[in-house]
Design a protein around this ligand. Structure first.
Ligand code: NAD
Length: 248
């Protein structure tokens, strides 16, 4: 009798799907049911332990509804959902445990956690100015990255600032930096997988936290960790920080 967890993987032929399948056995998981465009997950959902979704934003809600119907936990890695989808997924999370994360890397989630801790200590009035710099490959279409947006949100909430306080890529006669500003800068070039630096610049000293991603295996590893963890949870919506025990 095998102890391997049976995974239904939606988006199995994609870049992330393939990365997950490659290392599943190292995490005591088996991709028993690979599902991609044209397949019907309904035929297989009843026989899996957990579902993992790294597909397309429109494919997530139908899969999560199915998981709700069959009481199967689910890990969502797909990004870019509409708010209406989000609301429905939140409703289904009352029935089944769901881990939903825009970034499954352990290092990035630790960066979120540490940024939150530093923001609490170095708030408005501390004399430390927060700036975020991110770099990605030249094919990336959006800016700032979703990860940079989350970092900006953490600092914004901690300092009780508004969206208008974020300065994206200063140019021209912008005047002196205001204490309420958070700087955001997006660099693009080459084949950089993803780099994020959170800087708190003071007078005579500066703190910098940097995360560098070099391989998408970090997201695959995180998703499989989440799949093992979510099996033992009560219904609810969880983040990768919950999985890693990084909640403050
Ligand atoms: P990809 O385009 O390489 O793969 C997507 C796969 O989904 C394809 O094989 C496609 O055929 C399949 N697909 C399309 N419609 C489907 C459907 N209805 N049912 C099942 N499968 C379907 O993309 P990718 O790089 O593997 O990324 C997939 C998603 O994961 C994207 O939304 C991406 O932004 C996100 N992502 C998240 C993280 C994270 O850490 N959360 C990391 C990387 C990528």
């Amino acid at each position: 009798m095998s102890n391997l967890k049976k995974i239904l993987l939606s988006g199995s032929r994609g870049r992330m799907g393939q990365a997950i399948a490659k290392i599943a056995a190292d995490h005591d998981c088996e991709i028993t049911f690979p599902v991609d465009l044209g397949d019907d997950p309904k035929e297989k959902i009843g026989h899996c332990d957990v579902a993992i979704d790294f597909s397309l934003r429109d494919a997530t809600l139908p899969l999560v509804k199915l998981c709700g119907e069959f009481k199967k936990p689910v890990v969502i890695g797909t990004t870019g959902h509409e708010n209406s989808d989000r609301d429905q997924i939140l409703q289904i999370a009352k029935e089944i445990p769901i881990v939903w994360a825009g970034n499954f890397s352990t290092g990035v989630n630790l960066l979120f956690f540490l940024t939150e801790q530093i923001s609490k200590v170095l708030g408005i009035g501390s004399g430390f100015d927060p700036e975020i710099i991110e770099m990605h490959h030249k094919l990336k279409k959006d800016a700032p990255s979703g990860t940079a947006e989350r970092l900006l949100e953490i600092i914004k909430e901690s300092r009780r600032l508004s969206q208008g306080d974020i300065s994206h890529g200063r140019s021209g006669m912008v005047g002196e930096r205001q204490e309420s500003e958070i700087g955001s800068h997006a660099l693009r070039g080459g084949d950089v997988v993803g780099e994020h630096t959170v800087m708190f610049a003071g007078t005579g000293e500066r703190i910098e936290l940097t995360h560098r991603a070099t391989d998408r295996v970090i997201f695959a590893t995180g998703a499989l960790k989440a799949a093992s963890w979510v099996q033992h949870q009560e219904p609810g919506l969880y983040s990768m920080q919950d999985v890693l025990g990084l909640t403050s």
